[in-house]
Design a protein around this ligand. Structure first.
Ligand code: GYE
Length: 341
C-alpha cells in the first residue's frame, strides 16, 4: 500500500514537472523569434548580415571588419550568417532576417542575379537593405538603399593600365603577349567588373592575345588546378591575370611546379587583385608583379551609412571604398607591418 502510494506520488510529480516545463519552454517557442531578438537587444539597432562565404583571405578580413563594426559598444545587435557560397542559403538567411523583423539587412550577394523576389519581400516588410562588397542586378533600384563596395571595373582597368606601362618599360609593347585569366565566381560583381575593365584596355592592343579565361572560383585550390590546365595547353604564357590573391597563390605553385619562374625577374608576369598581406609580401620580394588593392574594411563605411539613415539623411546609391595599386616600388615595411589582414 505504502509502496503504491509513493509510486503514484512520483508519477504525479513527473507529470507536474513536465507540464511546467512545457508551459515554460512552450511559451518561449511560440514567442515570435523576432520579438525575442527585440527583447534581448533593447535599444540597440538590429542588423542581419548575410555573408556569402569564406572562400578567401579577403573574405575573412571583410567578415572581421563587419563583426568589429556592429558591436554592442557601437549600439548594435548583430545577427550574422555565413551562406557558404550558396545563393539559396543567402535567400534563407535574408528571409529569416525579415521574419525576425531586424532593423537593417546587409548582404554581400554571391552573384548579381536572382534577388528580386526576396528584396521585394524585404521592401514590403519595410526593412532597408544595404549591399556590401558586391552588387545586384535588379531593374527596380528602390529594392535596396545603397551599396558599399569597390569599383570593380576600375580595378580591372588598373590591371590593364599597369600592364600597358610595364610593356612599354620593357620595350615589349609591339611584340605578341600571351595572357591567361583566372576569373572569380562566375556572375559575381567582382568577376564581371574586373573582367570587363581589363577587357576594355586589352581591346586597345592588337598584340595582347588572351589565350583563355577560366573560372577558378576565387580559391587557391581551384587556382592551382586551372593554372595547371593552362600550362598544359599553352607552352608560351607571358602573363597571368588572377582575379584574387588566393587563386594567385595556387597559380604560382602550379607555375613553379612546371619548372617556370614568376614575377619581376621571372618567365611569367603575375597580376593579382586584393592585396592581402601574404600577397603584399610576395609583391615586396618580386614574386607578384602588381597587386590591385581591394579594400575589405567596409564595416566603418556601413556604420556611417546607417548613422546617416538613422538621422533621416539621404544617402548615395553607391559608396566606393578607397583602394591603391601595389608594386615592388611602393610596398614598404611599414605598410606590411600595419596591414591587419
Ligand atoms: O576579391 C575575393 C573574394 O567580391 C571583392 O571576393 C570580393 C572578392 C575578392 O572572395 O577574394
Amino acid at each position: 500500500m505504502f509502496r503504491k502510494r509513493s509510486y503514484s506520488v512520483i508519477v504525479v510529480g513527473i507529470f507536474l514537472a513536465m507540464t511546467l516545463a512545457l508551459l515554460f519552454f512552450g511559451s518561449r517557442l511560440f514567442t515570435d523569434i523576432g520579438e525575442e531578438a527585440h527583447i534581448t537587444q533593447e535599444n540597440r539597432i538590429v542588423v542581419g548580415v548575410s555573408q556569402l562565404g569564406s572562400e578567401s583571405g579577403w573574405r575573412t578580413a571583410n567578415t572581421e571588419s563587419v563583426q568589429n563594426a556592429f558591436t554592442q559598444q557601437h549600439g548594435y545587435f548583430l545577427i550574422f550568417n555565413n551562406a557558404r557560397q550558396k545563393q539559396e542559403n543567402q535567400l534563407k538567411a535574408i528571409r529569416s532576417f525579415i521574419s525576425q523583423r531586424v532593423d537593417y539587412i546587409i548582404f554581400s550577394p554571391v552573384v548579381e542575379t536572382g534577388w528580386e523576389t526576396v528584396l521585394q519581400e524585404a521592401k514590403q516588410a519595410g526593412i532597408p537593405v544595404i549591399l556590401m562588397d558586391r552588387n545586384v542586378d535588379v531593374e527596380d533600384q528602390s529594392l535596396y538603399v545603397t551599396c558599399v563596395g569597390s569599383n570593380f571595373v576600375e580595378e580591372g582597368e588598373k590591371a590593364g593600365h599597369w600592364l600597358e606601362g610595364e610593356l612599354v618599360r620593357q620595350r615589349k609593347s609591339a611584340q605578341p603577349v600571351n595572357i591567361v585569366i583566372l576569373t572569380g565566381t562566375e556572375g559575381s560583381s567582382s568577376q564581371i567588373g574586373r573582367s570587363a575593365g581589363f577587357a576594355t584596355v586589352a581591346a586597345r592592343h592588337a598584340n595582347w592575345n588572351i589565350l583563355e579565361e577560366k573560372c577558378a572560383e576565387f580559391t587557391s585550390t581551384k587556382g592551382k588546378e586551372v593554372m595547371k590546365g593552362f600550362l598544359r595547353r599553352y607552352p608560351n604564357i607571358d602573363v597571368v591575370v588572377s582575379q584574387n590573391d588566393d587563386m594567385t597563390f595556387g597559380a604560382i605553385e602550379a607555375v613553379r611546379e612546371s619548372g617556370r619562374t614568376v614575377g619581376v625577374d621571372g618567365d611569367i608576369m603575375i597580376l593579382s587583385f586584393d592585396a592581402v598581406r601574404g600577397a603584399l609580401n610576395m609583391v615586396a620580394d618580386g614574386t607578384i608583379n602588381v597587386d590591385i588593392e581591394c579594400n575589405p574594411n567596409q564595416g566603418e563605411y556601413l556604420l556611417k551609412v546607417i548613422d546617416m539613415l538613422e538621422a533621416g539623411e539621404t544617402v548615395e546609391k553607391k559608396y566606393y571604398v578607397e583602394e591603391d595599386v601595389f608594386t615592388i616600388e611602393n610596398v614598404t615595411q611599414e605598410l606590411l607591418q600595419e596591414r591587419t589582414y
